[in-house]
Design a protein around this ligand. Structure first.
Ligand code: AMP
Length: 354
């Protein structure tokens, strides 16, 4: 793990009025860059060759750097160039996936918004479960032994990208069949989880250590293929319906019943508190809890994303909730830059950058 003192020393050497907000060109980069520009920062985007056009087209980055491979991002010389430009990096989903949590924690010696330790806690399923249990969230029932499967379960495995490869089973036989079809040998690596029936809500939170406040900025529902298309087929393919799959293809905006907001906020507060107890200084900045609300109006949580999520792209101009908190268009991307700006003013960058 990179020593935070090393990062803070680098930060001390930065020219305060030349700070540049930078991210990798993918996922939520447009939102992050726009938010940084709206807050008055210089902006930089790092693109893999072939992906730069969209960033040129929207013109939100003052500077665009091209790498041939994402691995180049981690080269010492490249990182030093970023430091010369007084760069603060903003991680997002693709950023974490392409560079890997371990490399970000151990090699990426450029100041980065947020607590690096959360990457390990969200990407390791056992840790993630411990975190959610510690926060007293209600979780789907887990099955250690496939022989015990007695209801519809979802079989998940590590490294699944956007739900790809997950399958459903309702008996030990169906589980075995699913595993065989996937041609995967090691059953132990699987997580078997009760398939919760209800409506999904993915609230987008922001925790500000400076204000010691948790904000509910927006919410979405993920649009997933083919499961979200199957309902349209029900009458056509009654005999042999295709196997459902859960590959994220987009996001739909949603608001929750107002009487549910209290529960939603409490879940977020509990996640922040648990993170502070488990890996101080805990969660900093944006995160999302993936939940399903049952007809008993109870939320079952099945995953945490401990960074900005792609569903926030719906709200580059603000959401119904962020409008109530801020009388200006406040996206999650902009909220990150606002926190950095506040920290700069209070001379406490070391509370939000690690
Ligand atoms: P995940 O990779 O955990 O985000 O899951 C991908 C998608 O699978 C989610 O967005 C949900 O639609 C669905 N899903 C995951 N876990 C469950 C569960 N326990 N019950 C019902 N649906 C789930």
């Amino acid at each position: 793990m990179i020593d935070k003192r090393e990062i803070h020393q680098i930060l001390d050497g930065y020219a305060r009025d030349e700070i540049t907000i930078a991210t990798m060109g993918s996922h939520t980069a447009l939102q992050i860059l726009k938010g940084a520009r709206d807050e008055g920062f210089k902006t930089l985007v790092i693109c893999k060759r072939g992906t730069e056009e969209i960033y040129q087209q929207f013109g939100l980055a003052d500077e665009l750097l091209i790498v041939e491979e994402y691995g180049q991002f981690m080269e010492k010389k490249f990182l030093e160039e970023l430091i010369e430009r007084n760069v603060i990096l903003i991680p997002h989903g693709s950023f974490v996936e392409y560079l890997s949590p371990t490399r970000i924690e151990n090699e990426l010696f450029v100041p980065m918004f947020g607590n690096r330790m959360v990457l390990e806690w969200e990407s390791n399923r056992e840790h993630e479960r411990e975190w959610m249990e510690h926060a007293d969230l209600r979780l789907p029932k887990g099955f250690n032994d496939p022989e015990g499967i007695d209801k519809v379960v979802m079989v998940k495995f590590p490294g699944a990208k956007g739900g790809k490869g997950y399958f459903l089973a309702s008996s030990p036989e169906e589980f075995d069949k699913g595993i065989k079809e996937l041609k995967l040998r090691d059953k132990e690596r699987f997580t078997i989880q009760e398939f919760v029936i209800g409506t999904r809500f993915y609230p987008h939170y922001f925790y500000s250590p400076l204000k010691n406040r948790l904000e509910l900025l927006s919410m979405d529902i993920r649009y997933e293929s083919n499961i979200d298309g199957l309902s349209r087929l029900a009458y056509i393919v009654q005999d042999r319906p295709p196997e459902p799959s859960f590959v994220v293809t987009g996001n739909i905006p949603v608001v929750a019943r107002e009487s549910l907001l209290n529960q939603i906020l409490t879940m977020g507060q509990n996640i922040v508190k648990a993170s502070q107890e488990l890996f101080s200084p805990g969660m900093i900045g944006p995160f999302c809890i993936e939940t399903i609300c049952t007809d008993e109006l109870e939320f079952i949580a099945f995953e945490i994303s401990a960074r900005i999520v792609a569903g926030t792209n719906l709200y580059i101009n603000g959401s119904p909730y962020s409008q109530l908190l801020y009388n200006e268009p406040m996206s999650t991307g902009r909220r990150i830059s606002r926190e950095i700006k506040d920290a700069l003013r209070e001379d406490s960058l070391d509370r939000v950058i690690y």
